[in-house]
Design a protein around this ligand. Structure first.
Ligand code: HSE
Length: 437
């Protein structure tokens, strides 16, 4: 069978990894795909860098449009990132009837609906396994392996940089900024590290998974996003004392009222497997009504792990290319004209339990005042610890865990507690997920 010709846009970490793995394992990959996958063109601004890696194996250009418009290219692999030029090039490739493989989570989370519609109109495939959790084949699992299930929830550690920072803070007692600098040096962080530490990158990824899991459009504007910058080493330590580990989780859940879509630091019981995923590793738990809870673990970033997903998509396209578009695996798992308009819930309507940390004056009656406010808001306490101040001050830290309540109720309670004169700082809250139902 005729080889399939690909053009790679962007020969950075993932582009370079894709080229290397295709070259190393090309023969074995061809035995799987049923035809050779040949890198015909590579586009990158840095021609010298490309020449060093690619040599004479492919046509090299610094003009990506030469790839997207070339009639000899079957699949365009977009690994440039960002939402401007990458979007333009993907739409151009689609308009020229080319299939697209991309790792661009930010672009698909924000413009997926438009891009998927353009691809559908042209009968081409847009594949994006590498956009979520690097080398873990989670898109394939959600879209195909779990297709029998009514998925109830997904909870994932889907940003390696944030997980690395939290792991280092816990294990070595280091401060946040120190560890961030280290993560950047190691090359895991996004070009703009605020995407990692403010939860935006995880929000892109959970948005894509939510759409595939529940058969809804991609809705990045509906994600509640909170990062890890306000966490202190003390919170990490207090959580441990209470039997929990803090992870930045992307969560999406189907409830009777609608769909929850959120990213925030989360206390998880230490005994859960996912609580023990450390460093830059990623892990995703998917709960299906038939299969129960399933866990997917692996490298969430890096050249070759991400290339592993890019190439899996290339093989999929090579296999599906000749199939009638109506009989291919649908991009979002559900048939595109059968997506549902299930409402996305606002944070106020989310139900979960909470870790609360507050600083109070150490004198009789303080606890009674605080617990009265919680009771007035129908919030029940499940555990509590009091920590002496390190200096000689008359203040102490109180840490409380609550039973399940509504975010709206905890907000009201926090407001009430903060208005008490004996409470001397803002109440700090972290959501808890038991991940057992
Ligand atoms: N910056 C991302 C992370 C890379 O740290 O997980 C993979 O998307």
């Amino acid at each position: 069978m005729k080889p399939i010709h690909i053009g790679i846009l962007g020969l950075g970490t993932v582009g370079g990894g894709t080229f290397t793995v295709l070259k190393r394992n090309g023969e074995e990959i061809a035995r799987r795909a049923g035809r050779k996958i040949v890198v015909k063109m590579v586009a990158d601004k840095d021609l010298k860098k490309v020449r060093e890696l690619v040599g004479n194996d492919a046509i090299i250009t610094d003009n990506a449009h030469e790839v997207t418009c070339n009639p000899d290219i079957d699949i365009v692999v977009e690994l440039i990132g960002g939402q401007t030029i990458a979007k333009e090039l993907i739409l151009e490739a689609i308009a020229h009837g080319k299939h697209v493989v991309t790792a661009n989570k930010a672009l698909l989370a924000n413009h997926g609906t438009e891009i998927f519609a353009a691809a559908r109109a042209k009968g081409v495939i847009v594949a994006f396994e590498a956009a979520v959790a690097g080398g873990i084949p989670i898109i394939k699992a959600l879209r195909e392996g779990l297709t029998a299930n009514r998925i109830t929830w997904i909870a994932g550690i889907i940003n390696g940089t944030a997980n690395f920072i939290l792991s280092e803070m816990r294990e070595k007692g280091l401060a946040f900024n120190e560890v961030l600098a280290q993560a950047q040096k190691l090359g895991y962080a996004e070009a703009d590290p605020t995407y990692d530490i403010e939860g935006i990158d995880a929000a892109h990824k959970i948005t894509l998974m939510s759409a595939i899991a529940f058969g809804i459009p991609v809705q990045f504007d509906k994600v509640y996003t909170e990062g890890i910058t306000k966490l202190t080493s003390e919170d990490i330590q207090y959580a441990e004392e209470l039997g929990y580990r803090i992870k930045l989780l992307g969560i999406t859940k189907r409830t009777e009222k609608g769909i929850e879509l959120r990213v925030h630091p989360t206390l998880i019981p230490i005994k859960r497997l996912i609580a023990n995923v450390e460093g830059v590793m990623n892990a995703v738990v998917v709960k299906g009504d038939a299969v129960g809870a399933t866990l997917y673990y692996g490298a969430g970033a890096g050249a070759e792990p991400t290339a592993s997903s890019v190439i899996a998509d290339l093989v999929d396209v090579a296999r599906m290319q000749t199939a009638d578009p109506m009989h291919r695996v649908p991009t979002l798992s559900f048939q595109p004209d059968l997506l549902s308009d299930t409402p996305m819930l606002s944070m106020d309507d989310v139900e979960t339990s909470y870790y609360l940390r507050m600083q109070v004056v150490d004198k009789p009656g303080v606890m009674a005042e605080i617990t009265r406010i919680l009771a007035d808001n129908h919030i029940s306490i499940s555990a509590m610890i009091q920590k002496e101040a390190s200096d000689d001050s008359d203040k102490v830290s109180i840490i409380m865990l609550t039973h399940t309540t509504l975010e709206r109720s905890i907000n009201a309670a926090i407001k009430g507690i903060e208005s008490l004169p004996v409470v001397t700082n803002q109440v700090f809250r972290i959501r808890i997920e038991e991940l057992n139902k």
